[in-house]
Design a protein around this ligand. Structure first.
Ligand code: UFG
Length: 329
């Protein structure tokens, strides 16, 4: 019996593949390598292709005995989703619908789906609860919410059981330093700060210092990528045990401002990290912090790398030893 990891060559996917392999599981990866990296997959069996390609997926499902699926395959740039929404609908919605059709066809019952804090949009309350209003302010969040709704109806009609995990800000790298974050283009705060620390960029632009937060910069809840991976594996176990679908936030329940993140990065790296204030980025909520109580009580999840210092240390380790990322494109 195997776990199929879609998008397993990407940032969060590859960390989950590594955890699964370390647990002795049989792992099959499907990735079209548009964003993912072949060398991030390690010892897993890799099929290179697209979830929307039915002939290709037929091969994957018939050559392997797939018991469950973890689906990471998606585009995830908020800004790009605003400028090219159809690209996001096509990849993020259509791909997962095709995957669900295959689950139905081949009798696969369990799926863990990567969702996002962006499903909430501008939050009603901090910390954000799973039962809070979902009103995305960008197509990226909208596509993830659309899939969540499709999952609900697929459960209702076909008995497909799902765990939808709404991540806050994924960050850091594997403790080994062998795999980490490598996006092109890079838009995320911590990897960009690491690039400044390495001298690859002049300064980190702070997108707005006039928010109604204590230091005027946006507050986010950073969660270590391996803690995210662990939550996926626990969610899969939970689905198999209870046969009940679930939606959970994944965050540490603690917010840090952009300025605080930069200060901690200065301490961790010992480097002079120049900053410059820039205009606000469109669509950025001032504060996003998760209530992660549900994941803790329902999944038995306990973040292992909850300290932001540790998260940044692991990121620094990876970026220092891989200044050009995987360098395999
Ligand atoms: N930021 C800067 N300068 C930069 C990059 C980011 O000031 O160069 C700020 C952003 O404005 C934001 C914070 O740093 O306040 C974090 O930004 P990221 O781009 O790292 O992450 P986001 O919070 O925008 O995005 C994350 C996930 C998305 C998800 C979103 C939910 O990466 O997938 O949370 O709102 F959709």
């Amino acid at each position: 019996m195997a776990v199929l990891v879609c998008g397993g060559a990407g940032y969060i996917g590859s960390h989950t593949v590594l955890e699964l392999i370390d647990m002795g599981q049989n792992v099959i990866v499907v990735d079209n390598l548009e964003k993912g990296h072949k060398s991030a997959v390690g010892g897993a069996k890799l099929y290179i292709g697209d979830l929307r390609d039915s002939e290709f997926m037929k091969k994957v499902f018939t050559e392997n005995e797939i018991e469950s699926i973890i689906d990471f395959a998606a585009y995830s740039l908020v800004g790009e989703s605003v400028s090219d929404p159809l690209k996001y609908y096509h990849n993020n919605v259509t791909s997962t619908i095709c995957l669900l059709e295959n689950m139905k066809k081949y009798g696969v019952e369990y799926i863990v789906f990567s969702s996002t804090a962006a499903t909430y949009g501008e939050p009603e309350n901090i910390p954000i609860l799973e039962s809070d209003r979902t009103l995305p302010t960008n197509p990226y969040g909208e596509t993830k919410l659309t899939v969540e709704r499709a999952l609900k109806w697929a459960d209702n009609a076909y008995g497909i059981k799902y765990a939808s995990l709404r991540y806050f800000n994924a960050a850091g790298a594997h403790i080994s330093g062998n795999i980490g974050e490598d996006h092109s283009p890079e838009t995320h705060l911590i990897p960009i700060i690491m690039q400044v620390a390495l001298g690859q960029r002049d300064a980190i632009s702070i997108f707005g210092n006039d928010y109604s937060t204590p230091d005027g910069t946006c507050i986010r809840d950073y969660i270590h990528v391996t803690d995210l991976s662990t939550a996926h594996i626990l969610a899969l176990d939970k689905l198999k045990k209870t046969n009940e679908s679930i939606i959970c936030n994944l965050g540490n329940g603690k917010g840090f401002s952009v300025k605080e993140v930069i200060d901690i990065a200065r301490e961790v790296t010992g480097r002079n990290i120049k900053e410059a204030v820039a205009p606000r980025r469109q669509g950025d909520p001032a504060v996003l912090v998760a209530s992660s109580e549900k994941a803790q009580t329902e999944l038995g999840w306990e973040p292992k790398y909850a300290q932001l210092e540790t998260i940044i240390e692991t990121a620094w380790n990876w970026h220092k030893s891989h200044p050009n990322g995987y360098n395999d494109k």
